[in-house]
Every structure is written in structure tokens, then in C-alpha cells.
Design a protein around this ligand. Sequence first.
Ligand code: GLC
Length: 554
Amino acid sequence: MNNFKWWQKTAVYQIYPKSFLDTTGSGTGDLNGITQKLDYLKNLGIGAIWLTPIYPSPQVDNGYDISDYTSIDPRYGTMKDFEKLISEADKRNIKIVMDLVYNHTSNQHKWFIESKSSKNNPKSDWYIWRDGDPKKPPTNWRSIFGGSAWTWCDERQQYYLHTFAVEQPDLNWENPEVRQALYDAANFWLEKGVGGFRIDAITYIKKPKKFIDGEPDNKDGSISVHTMTANTSGILDFLHEFKRKVFDNHDIFTVGEANGVSADELKNWVGDKGVFDMLFEFSHLVLPFTNGEIWCYPREWKLTELKKALSDSQNATKNNGWCPIFFENHDQPRCINHFMPKNSDPIKTAKALATILLTLRGTPFIYQGQELGFTNTAWDSIEKYNDISSHGQYQIALNEGFSPEQAMKFVHFFSRDNARTPMQWNEKINAGFTSGTSWLPIHDDYEKCNAEIETDDENSVLNYYIKLNDFRKNSETLLSGYYEEIFKDDENIFAFKRSSEKSKIYVLVNFTLNEVKFQADFLKNANLIFGNYQENEKGILRPLEAVIFEEAVK
Ligand code: GLC
């Protein structure tokens, strides 16, 4: 355990700055708001904060459309505010981790403005341009947010490729000047003293040699660009260079967002021969989707599938590599709604999922509000939604023949706005988030679900997170112990054992609303150390019950 890195021992907290705390009355959160809440985060016991993008941006995709990689968006404050955040966080032993969005820029970035101006300007090859008929895009690829992945540019009389929104043109990583400019920007932030990077949508940076149509996955004849371009062979060459030129020789961590990389490929991405310290792989989050991640064709999934997804990445990194453990982020529904049956008690559920999050082998990532037990929201019309993908998916559902009411049901479940409603600090107006008009409605449960109330309530979700996180940090078994699944084929209980020379820790969680029984001989000498009910009768788990037992090794 002594040779463990700082980022393996700590939990990381993800902040969506726009929705965290507004100190100016603008209705939008800001950097000074984060600085103000550092003591709250210190008390939660986290050692790093991952900030979603705070760079200048037209905000088409809430900051993931960046128009300048080395400045701060004035809506969040100034570079001075950022430096203050770093130094105040440092005093509390908390590192600041930046989000690098390097698959694409905003169409307002000066690189793109130059690139689109002609076919022979110095940056003409910085993006992905193709000839074509203005009425027929080069391929049938559909962008992740819906609509063609190609947009015609009148100025240049060519198409450009965008994996995401029209306003997010993809950079051409084949061009060494592009790569160098991106490395320079990352090094700029290292000089400011950041503690690491989360690298956005990284599986899309390498495009296939030939751009050809794919077999449609949709009635309109399109196929998701994800199917056609994610994780294309040759991508790791770029990333090894990135590592060499930026990450090596710094005491930081890197975590890549890698939808499309499976557990058996992890060895090439993390560990001794890998390119990142950790990888967000999505196999446990995409269970409700059929091919193409279209919201209107959700599928039922079984608990054994979720357990397999989590166990596969645990096992793949057992001897070499490390996992980020996460159930939420700014793109996902709230985990209470995502993983547990409808009508589950939110407090029991939040604690049950926290139990898994903080006991698997890896670095836990807590997304703002998760520690308070935030749940999904449901607004009555699509106009109320800000999230660009909610609009795209709503349209896809209508095109597929669903009624507006049905289309809204999909949005209610999957919308990324579920994760983006503002933090709920107290029961005052706007939940203490802003004194102005909030950019996104506050969830209507804020009077009973907020940081102030939960700080004072010994049995709150927040205090469960604090206690269990503290236990994890000091437990050699949870930090470094082996992982082994128990009751692998059981469709009701997720159970596993962590073991080290010091102890054996057993974690058992009932994912159903029924009482379930199990053979508990192995718990004979173990003591209950955590649970979301007061006590526990060995061999029985009540609805949504989560327990942690520990047995010392003599
Ligand atoms: C990542 C981000 C998401 C964003 C997309 C495009 O998936 O997490 O929020 O929309 O990349 O940058």
C-alpha cells in the first residue's frame, strides 16, 4: 500500500461548475463558488476535483465546445480566480483536475475559423474536410447528438466531420501541428499546477482510413458515427505520443473517457504499457441500449449483466492497471434511477450504490449531488430541456414514429439534464444555488434533499458517504485487496469479497424490492461494519439492503 499513488488512495469529486454555486447572481455557477465550498469537499474526504470544461465556449454543448484552450470563460471568473482555487484547494490537500476536450473544438475557435476560410490556408488541414454534393453527405454516419455527422460549409465548398454537434468540428489528429498545439495547451495547465486530466471522448480521435457507409441502425438509413469510428486501430500510437510529450514525469493522474473500449482491451490502455492511469469504460452504463445508443429503444437488462460488466474491469486490472469506479457523471441519469427498480426508496438506494462505489478496487468518482442522493427530474415539455442530446434524441424518437408523450418519457429517463440540475445547498430560495434566476430549474425535492439538512442528520446519505469514504482510505483491504465475486449467477444480490493479509471484507447488496435469503456460512466469523439498515440478520437481505462485513485475518 505504501507504493500506492495519491490518486489511488483518494476519492475524486466531479464538479459541473455551471450548476455548483453562483456567487454573483448571474444564475450560473462560478469558480469562486467552488472555492467557497472547499471545506464542504474537504469534509467529504475527497482529494481531487475534476472540473468539467471552464474554458471560453459558446456553450452549445455546455462547455464541451471550446473556443480557446488556455483561458477561462468569463462566466466562470478569471485566471486569477482559477489560481486562487488551485492554491486554496492545495491548502486542503485537494488537487484540481482539468477536462481536455481534444476530439473537437467549437466552430468559433480561431483554428476552425481559419481552416474553413479556404482550401489552402495554413490551417486548412486542421479539421476533417471532404468533397461532396451539398445535398448528399459523404457517408450515412449519424452524429452522436442526432442528424448527419457531416455539415456542408459554403465558404469552403466542402463538408466537415463532427462526431457531436454541428458546432463541434472534429480536429484532424493525423496532422502533427494539431497534436503539438493540443499538447502545448495541456502543458500550459500543468504549469498552473493542476493535478491531472480527464480526457474527453478520446476514442474518436483516430478516423478509419476509408470513409464508407455503414449498415443502417435506424429507419432514416443512418448509422451511429460511434459504430463507424470509435476505437479505430492506430489510436494508441497518438496516445503514446501524448503521454510522452505531456503526462510523463508529472505526479498527476489521467483518466480517459473511452466509450467503445471493452474490458479485454484495457491492458493496452492502462497499466505498465498503457497510455492513461485509468479509463472510464462504459459497459456498465450502456446496458439499457441496443446498438447505436438510441434512447427510444431501451432494453431490459439483468443484474448479472451489470455484475459482469463491473467484474470484468475489476479482473482485467487485477495485476496491472487501475479502475475508476463511477456510476454517475454529467452525461448520465442519476444512479438511483438508473440501476434500481422504479419506486425504490431513494435514501436506501443511494446508500446501497455508495456501498459498491466505495468498496470496489479502484478510485471512486463521486458526481456532485450523488453524495446527497439526487434523483432524476422530469419536465413536461422538451422546450424546458437545455441538453442538446435530449433535443436530438427527442427528434429521433419522433422520426421513429413515437408520439411526443412517448418521446418525452425517454427524455425523462435518459436526459443529461438529470445530472445538471443545480446543487442543493439548503432549503432557502433556489436551494442556495443562486440569488438570481437559475440557468436550469432546481429539482423540486430541494427542501428535503440538500447539503445543510444532510450535514446535520447522522443517518443521511451524505454522512454515509463521509464515513464509508473515510473507512476506505484507511483500509488496506479496500485499497489494495483482491476482488472476487460471490453468487455470480444470482439475479437479486451483487456480492463480492475483498481480501488482503489483514482482513476479508464482504459486500452484499440486494438490488430488488423483495427480501432475499442466501447461504451465509462464510460470514460466520465476520462482523457487520456498514449497512443501510440499523442491524442485519446474517443470511437475509431486506429490500435494497446493503451490508459490509469484515473478518480479521489471524
Ligand atoms: C463527452 C462529454 C459530453 C460531451 C461530449 C462531446 O462525452 O462527457 O458531455 O457532450 O463528450 O464533447
